[in-house]
Every structure is written in C-alpha cells, then in structure tokens.
Design a protein around this ligand. Structure first.
Ligand code: OXD
Ligand code: MN
Length: 596
C-alpha cells in the first residue's frame, strides 16, 4: 500500500535513512493488521492480555518508570524567531532542534520496525480535517494511534498524490530523559518527538498536532484549535444545545463531557450527549455561529478517580477494545486503580510491575499507590454510551456557550458570565488553577493557564489573545463566554459544591442565559446567578453554601488583579491594548462597586 505521493515517499525514505530501522511497515488500518500487531506486542511483552471474559480485546501496558507524563520542560516550539514562540513556550531554533534531535534519532531504530501511520484528525475526507503521517518504532504507540485517530489506507486515499500532511517523527530511542525532546516546527508543519513512549509526548496526533501545530494553522486560516470538551444538552422538547469547556489538565473535562443528570434534572427530561472530551476545533459557520468538531476518535483518560459514581459512561466505555497504561494489574488479568470500582485485588502488581496488595505502606508508613496517578485508558469514543449521534458530523455542532474554568479554593464563584466577547476573552486569558498532587510542582500553587492552553499553544500567546479578540467580529452570533469553578472550599477546607452530575444545574443556567433567560445578578466581574437562579431541587446544600459559592469578594479580586497584571506584563508590547483595557475595566468596576 505504498502511496503514490512522491513527497511522502521521499520523506519516509529520508527518515528511515536517519533512524535505520530493520524494516518499514505501512499501517493500513485493517482488522487483520490489528490482530497481527497485537500478537507481536504480546510476544515482545509490550502488551499483556487482560481477562477476555471481563475485558474483551483489551490490553495492559507499563511505560518506563521515568516516562509517565508529558514533559513540558522538554517540549519546544522551534520557530525561526524566538518572539514567535513567545515567553510562555520553550524555544529552540529549527536548525538546533533538527541537529540535536537528529543526533538522538540517528541509528536509533536499528533492529526495530518503523511503522508508518497515515492518520486523519477529524473524519476522513472532511474539508475541516487535517492529515498527519506518524513514523514510530513503538508498537504501543501504533496501537494507541489506531484508537485515538482514524488511520490507514483510506487516509492515504484522501491525501491523493500531493496532499498536505504534518510530518510526525517519533522514536523511543533509549527512553532516557536526558535524551528526550518534543519539538514542533510549525513553519515546516513538522513534529519530532524522541526519547519518550508516553501518550501526550508520543501520540503525536493529540497535543502536538491537534493543539500546538493546529493552533498555529488555525490562526493563519481563521479558526480555533482549543483544549476543550464538547457536550450536548438535550431538553425535554428534543432541542439540543452544545457547550465547549476548557479546563486545565486534571480538572474533570472527561467527567463533564460524559455527565449523568441528577434525578431532579432527569425528571425534567434532560439528556447529555458527549461529542469530545479534550480537544475542539472551532470554525465560523455560514450562519455566523461557531461550530465545533472533535478531531479525535478515542479517549485517553486518567484512570484514578474514575468509577461508576464519578463517571459511569467512562466505565462502560472501557469494557472492551481498551488499552490500560500504568494501572494495577491483578494476577487474574483484571485492572484496578485508586478511587476506582470495587475492592482492590488481593494479588496484584503495581504500575511498576512490583507485587502489590491493598493497604501496603512504604518505609515511612505512607500508603503505596498501586496505579500511577497519571495512569490512563485509551478507548474508542464510539463505545461511549452517551456518544452524540452528531460526534462525527464533518462540520461539527453549533456552540451556544464557551466555558472556561480552573481549580480555585477561593475567589472565583461557581459560575459567572462575561459581559461580551472581548470581556469573555479576558476571562479566558486570566484562567488560573491550583496544582494537585497529580502534577509536578508545589501542591496548591497557582499557575496561570490562559484558556487552559498554556502547555499547548504553538505560538506567542499574546498573538493568540489577539486572534481570539479578532474572531469575535467574524461571528454574527458569537457564543456567550462563562467561567466556572467547581472547586471552591469553605473555611474548613471542604468543597462547597458536589460537582459531577450536579454541574448540569450550572450548565442549565448558562444555556438559559444564552437564550436571554435565567435570573442573574450583576457584579464587577460579570453576571452571577440570582439567589433563585439555579435549580437546586433535590440537592441538600448546607445553609449559606450557595452564598459562599457565588460570593465576589472585592479584596480577593483586587489581589487577583495584581497577579493578572504580573502575568500579562511578560508579553510586553506584543500584548493587545484591549487586554489592558479589560484589566482597567475590571479595576474600575471593583472600585466603584457598592460593598455588599
Ligand atoms: C491530557 C492533558 O492528557 O491535558 O489530556 O494532560
Ligand atoms: Mn488534555
């Protein structure tokens, strides 16, 4: 199935000369090929077969213990000019990038197979999709790509003889963190990733292409590539309205995308439909609305914390055709993870492959987790019980509301609505989130993460804000922009809001506001729900909790203004004056507000 595409063939030959694999295998996407690859991965030990009665066609994989998460400090944007990467990205010149990674790639595939994976982000053949070709020496990566993207001959067919594609070179090399580089060359539509076999570093269709490279293309072509879930809310009349939401990693995007309505809202006839859980590509439609599509074909979800209460749809999705990475593996071929379903298995191995049993403690008396906090499942989106019938519509779904959010113990109310598009862009640009134990860094430390894109924007974020601002004038009916915070705590450090399914109460208000309904109170930061604005039926919140959840405290916002300013200052004169105007506007509104 070698394609009739001279540029593609020449590039594969050139990369093979560099990496020197023993053989080159083109991935055709067929069922028989899947079985062949799985048999090979079982024989090499890269995969372990799970109990087929419990998990048909599912497998287990362990990554190298030093290779368990995205490595942002080794991730670079390689543009000719450093300013084009901007102050929030690591930068390297393209010459240096190709040279340094080239030295690691040289001869690194000796004795190995190089798989050539033609893949499409978005349904094959849609004018909104983008094609990539990934070369990799990892069978695990090849099998994951088959779940997360659409792969094979049909993609080559749609590429034709001279179609444009993103050149994605991936190699495990020695899996040595000192020889690991995740490089993006947006000006060459190229990605080189070496020294890691972990998801976000190695499945190049995901963060590397669909966010970093796509955000670059999107700016040039006039659309958005965003770190957003897409979810549809159907009401009892059968009308479905769609929402996109951007939260930093580990803030519950997958759970919100697969939400189950609480009983009282179910009784009102609501149904929730999943379109995507991590990435949205958004374009202005002929009708002047914003339309969103999910470029991925699967979910690469975090396992710990996922259970039949927090996310029953995810649990149902991973029952078959799933690859589990770095969770607990029992002797009888089951998987388990912390805060998962059922009791932990008595006889098992942890994510490092060491014997493990529940309640184990280390030398310091601390509990030993069996699953890595960033352990994952890779499962086809089509298996999700709540998958929307429109999830593969080439033009996507029309978006009524965009929601930004972060993890804030204080300050940000449960929800607030921006005054207009420009203010909404400012709200997105000021997203910040406190670190959890699942992330590297000090727990609780605040990290600015504009639009939840800080690690994923492929160019200068000052230009990214300008792009967001300018897109507003291209939409006759722009979505309304909101900010949510599911994580506000009381004085005793207890979460004030139950989260999960009850978050639909908040989305219900947001959608009502988009229709010009929903009761609201104006505050200096935006509109918050009026005292009786949210449907809280069937929810027993402690007295006063709602007031605390919706409180806008002037002293806290004044301090926040300072930290926002310090962040924006790093962009210097490249930052749009509109961002500073919005900052000043917020300051003025806080100054003139009548204290509550
Ligand atoms: C992810 C992430 O894996 O955002 O989706 O880190
Ligand atoms: Mn993500």
């Amino acid at each position: 199935m070698i394609p009739n595409h001279p540029k593609l063939k020449a590039w594969v030959d050139e990369m093979a000369r560099l990496c020197q694999p023993e053989q080159v295998v083109w991935i055709d996407g067929s069922r028989s090929e899947k079985e062949r690859l799985e048999a090979r991965a079982l024989a090499s030990g890269e995969l372990i077969k799970l109990n087929p009665q419990l998990y048909p066609d599912s497998f287990y994989h362990r990554t190298d213990p030093n290779d368990v998460a995205r490595t942002e400090h080794l991730t670079y944007i390689c543009t000719q000019k450093k300013e084009d990467a901007g102050p929030t990205n690591n930068w390297m010149s393209p010459e240096e990038g190709y040279r340094r990674a080239g030295e690691i790639f040289r001869g690194s595939m000796k004795g190995r197979t190089m798989y050539v994976i033609p893949f499409s982000m978005g349904v094959v053949g849609s004018p909104f999709s983008k094609i990539g070709v990934q070369l990799t020496d990892s069978l695990y990566v090849a099998l994951n790509m088959r779940i997360m993207t659409r792969v094979g001959s049909r993609v080559l067919d749609s590429l034709g003889q001279d179609g444009e594609f993103t050149k994605c070179l991936h190699g495990k090399a020695d899996l040595d963190v000192n020889k690991r580089l995740i490089l993006h060359f947006p000006q060459d539509n190229t990605i080189w990733s070496v020294g890691s076999g972990y998801g976000g570093n190695a499945l190049l269709g995901k963060k590397c292409l669909s966010l970093r490279i796509a955000s670059w293309l999107a700016r040039q072509e006039g659309w958005f590539a965003e770190h957003m879930l897409i979810v549809g809310i159907e009401d009892k009349s059968g009308r479905t309205e769609y929402v996109c939401a951007a939260f930093p990693s580990a803030c519950g995007k997958t759970n919100l995308a697969m939400l189950i309505p609480p009983d009282s809202l179910k009784a009102k006839g609501y149904k929730v439909w999943t379109v995507g859980d991590d990435i949205a590509w958004l374009r202005v439609g002929k009708d002047g609305r914003l339309w969103a599509m999910n470029p991925e074909a699967g979910f690469f979800g975090v396992a710990p914390g996922t259970n039949s209460k927090s996310n029953p749809n995810a649990m149902a999705t991973v029952r078959k055709n799933t690859i589990f990475t770095n969770v607990v593996l029992s002797e009888d071929g089951r998987v388990w993870w912390e805060e998962g379903d059922g009791p932990a298995p008595e006889k098992a191995f942890d994510w490092r492959g060491r014997p493990w049993r529940p309640g184990m403690k280390d030398e310091k008396g601390q509990p030993v987790a069996g699953a890595h906090p960033n352990s994952r499942f890779t499962a086809p989106a089509s298996q999700c019980p709540s998958i929307s019938q429109h999830w593969e519509d080439p033009q996507g779904v029309p978006i009524s509301a965009i929601i930004f959010g972060g993890r804030r113990e204080r300050l940000a109310p449960l929800i607030y609505e921006s005054f207009d598009w420009k203010h909404g862009v400012y709200v997105g640009a000021t997203v910040a989130s406190e670190r959890t134990a699942a992330q590297v860094g000090k727990v609780g430390e605040l990290r600015r993460d504009p639009m939840a894109m800080l690690p994923f924007c492929g160019y200068n974020m000052a230009d990214y804000f300008s792009h967001w601002l300018s897109m507003g004038s291209r939409m006759a009916k722009a979505p309304k922009i909101f900010h949510v915070n599911w994580f506000r705590k009381d004085e005793k450090g207890k979460f004030l809001w139950p989260g999960f399914g009850d978050n639909l109460r908040v989305l219900e208000w947001a959608l009502a506001r988009c229709r010009g309904e929903g009761k609201a109170r104006k505050t200096p930061i935006g509109y918050v729900p009026a005292a009786d604005g949210l449907d809280l039926s069937g929810l027993a919140l402690p007295a006063g909790a709602m007031d605390k959840l919706l409180d806008v405290r002037r002293e806290e916002w004044e301090a926040e203004l300072e930290t926002q300013a310090r962040f924006f200052e790093i962009f210097g004169s490249r930052l749009s004056p509109e961002i500073w105007a919005q900052h000043q506007g917020l300051k003025d509104r806080l100054n003139t507000a009548v204290p509550a």
